[in-house]
Design a binder for this molecule. Structure first.
Ligand code: NAD
Length: 433
C-alpha cells in the first residue's frame, strides 16, 4: 500500500505559507481551471465516450457546462463570500463587536465516483479551491480514461503541494484515508460512505458524504401524465439511469397507472426511437454492474424494454410492472435504466412506505394540488427534490445539494460549496477602553 504522508505534509506546509488564503490567488486558480476545461473539452468528451459511451450532448450539458457555470458563479461571488461578516452582539456584551471570519480548513481529500466522473470530481474541487484549501482528488478507477485525464490536467498544471490527483482503486483510497486531512468530501455509495466516515472519525476530520439511495417519483391522479412521463423518463434514462438523483421507482395512484405506463413508453420511443441505437445511449459502467442490473430484470415483468447485451454492457430503457416491495429490484438503489412502477390507493399509503425505508437522496412529486404538495413536503424526509420535474434541483447554484440520513450529510453547489470547505470562525472583540 502506498504511503501519502509526504504528499499530505507538503500540502500542509503549502497551506501554512498562506498563499491559498489570498482571494485573488483563488480566483486566478478557478480561472485557470476553467481555461483548462475549455481548451481540453474534446479530450474530456472523448474520455467520457470511452468510459461510459456518454453522448456528446449529454456530456457537454451534465459534465462540462455544469462545472463551468459553477466555477463562474464562485469566482464572481468569492470576494463577497470570503469577506468577514459582522453580526449583532447581545446587549449583555455591551461595547463589544462580533464578526465571523471565513477560514479554509487546510488540505481537503476529495473521493469521487464514476457516474459523472468529470463533474463529480471537479465541482467539489472548485469548492475546495474557492474556499482557499489545498486538495487531493481521488477519481474513480471504474472510469480510467477520465481519471487519467483529470490527473494530467491537474498534475501538469498545478504544483502537487497545492492540488494533486491521485489515481487508484480501493487500496489507494484506504491509504489516503489513513492520513490526517483537514476535510473529506466523499461522493459514492452508502456502504463506502460508512467506511469513509469511520476513517474520518479516527482523525476527527469533518466530512461531507454525498451518497445514494432509492429516490421515489410520486405521480398523483391530477398530474399531467404526458409531462410527468416525459420528465420522469428524461431524468431516469439519462446516463442509462446511472445518476444519483435519478427517480429509482415510481409510486403512482392506481387509477392512472396504466395510462402513465403508456405515456412512459411513448416518452422513451420519442427520445431513443423504436430501437435504442446504442451509440447515443451510455453503457453500464462494468460487467459487475451489468450482472447486478441484469438480475433485476427478473423482478415483475418488463412492459417496455427489457433487452440487454452483455458484450456491449447495454441494457434497454426498461419499465417493470407488477413489482412487489419484496422483489430484489426494490431492495437497493437500482442505479441503471430499470424503472419499476408501483401503485398506491391513497397518498398516506405512499407516504408510509417511503417513511419506513432509508431517507432518499431525492424525491419527486407530480401534482398541481397544493394540499398534496404540502402533505408530501412536510411529512417526508429526503435530501432535496422537485415538484413536477426530476433532477433539475441539482443544477441550481442557489439550492444546496446533499442527502440526509442514509443518503448523506452536508451539501454543496454554489455558496454551499464555499461554506462546505470553510470553517466559520466566530470572534467577539472587546476593548480595554
Ligand atoms: P463507490 O462507493 O463504490 O465508490 C466511490 C469512490 O470510493 C471511488 O473513488 C472508489 O474508488 C472509492 N471506494 C470504493 N470502495 C472503497 C473503500 N472500501 N474504501 C475507500 N474508498 C472506496 O460508489 P460508485 O459506485 O463510484 O458510485 C455509485 C454510488 O454513488 C451510488 O450509490 C450513487 O447514488 C452514489 N452517488 C451519489 C452522488 C451524490 O451526489 N449524492 C453522486 C453520484 C453518485
Amino acid at each position: 500500500m502506498e504511503n501519502y504522508q509526504e504528499l499530505a505534509a507538503k500540502q500542509k506546509s503549502f497551506f501554512r505559507s498562506g498563499k491559498t488564503k489570498d482571494v485573488q490567488f483563488r480566483i486566478q486558480t478557478l480561472t485557470k481551471l476553467k481555461e483548462l476545461i475549455i481548451s481540453n473539452e474534446q479530450e474530456i468528451l472523448d474520455a467520457l465516450k470511452a468510459d461510459l459511451n456518454k453522448p456528446e450532448v449529454e456530456a457537454k450539458r451534465a459534465e462540462i457546462s455544469l462545472v463551468l457555470s459553477e466555477i463562474d458563479f464562485m469566482a464572481e461571488n468569492l470576494i463577497s463570500w470570503s469577506a468577514p461578516k459582522k453580526t449583532d452582539t447581545p446587549t449583555t456584551h455591551e461595547g463589544a463587536e462580533s464578526f465571523i471570519l471565513s477560514e479554509p480548513y487546510g488540505s481537503a481529500l476529495i473521493i469521487a465516483p464514476w457516474n459523472y466522473p468529470f463533474q463529480l470530481a471537479v465541482n467539489p474541487l472548485a469548492g475546495a479551491i474557492a474556499a482557499g484549501n489545498c486538495a487531493v482528488l481521488k477519481p474513480s478507477e471504474l472510469t480510467p480514461r477520465t481519471s487519467g485525464l483529470l490527473a494530467k490536467l491537474i498534475n501538469d498544471n498545478f504544483p502537487e503541494e497545492y492540488l494533486r490527483v491521485v489515481e487508484g482503486e480501493v487500496e489507494t483510497s484506504t491509504a489516503l484515508l489513513k492520513e490526517k486531512f483537514d476535510y473529506i468530501f466523499f461522493t459514492g455509495s452508502t456502504p463506502v460512505g460508512k467506511i469513509v466516515a469511520k476513517a474520518a472519525a479516527e482523525h476527527l476530520t469533518p466530512v461531507t458524504l454525498e451518497l445514494g439511495g432509492k429516490s421515489p417519483a410520486i405521480v398523483h391522479d391530477d398530474a399531467d401524465l404526458d409531462q410527468a412521463a416525459a420528465r420522469i423518463a428524461g431524468g431516469k434514462f439519462m446516463n442509462a439511469g446511472q445518476t444519483c438523483v435519478a427517480p429509482d421507482y415510481i409510486l403512482v395512484k392506481r387509477e392512472v397507472k396504466n395510462q402513465l405506463i403508456a405515456k412512459l413508453k411513448e416518452a422513451i420511443t420519442k427520445t431513443y426511437g423504436e430501437n435504442v441505437a446504442g451509440d447515443e445511449y451510455p453503457h453500464v459502467v462494468s460487467e459487475r454492474h451489468f450482472d447486478r442490473l441484469h438480475a433485476f430484470l427478473e423482478s415483475g415483468n418488463a412492459v417496455a424494454g427489457g433487452k440487454s447485451d452483455k458484450s456491449r454492457l447495454f441494457i434497454e430503457p426498461t419499465i417493470l410492472d407488477n413489482v412487489s416491495w419484496d422483489d430484489p429490484v426494490m431492495q437497493d438503489e437500482i442505479f441503471g435504466p430499470i424503472l419499476p412502477v408501483l401503485e398506491y390507493d391513497d397518498l398516506q399509503q405512499a407516504i408510509d412506505v417511503i417513511t419506513e425505508r432509508p431517507k432518499p437522496l431525492a424525491l419527486y412529486l407530480f401534482s398541481e394540488n397544493e394540499n398534496i404538495q404540502n402533505e408530501v413536503l412536510h411529512n417526508l424526509s429526503f435530501g432535496g427534490g422537485a415538484i413536477n420535474d426530476t433532477i433539475s434541483h441539482m443544477t441550481s447554484h442557489y439550492l444546496p445539494f446533499g442527502g440526509v440520513g442514509d443518503s448523506g450529510m452536508g451539501a454543496y453547489h454554489g455558496k454551499a460549496s464555499f461554506d462546505t470547505f470553510t470553517h466559520s470562525k466566530s470572534i467577539l472583540k472587546r476593548s480595554f477602553k
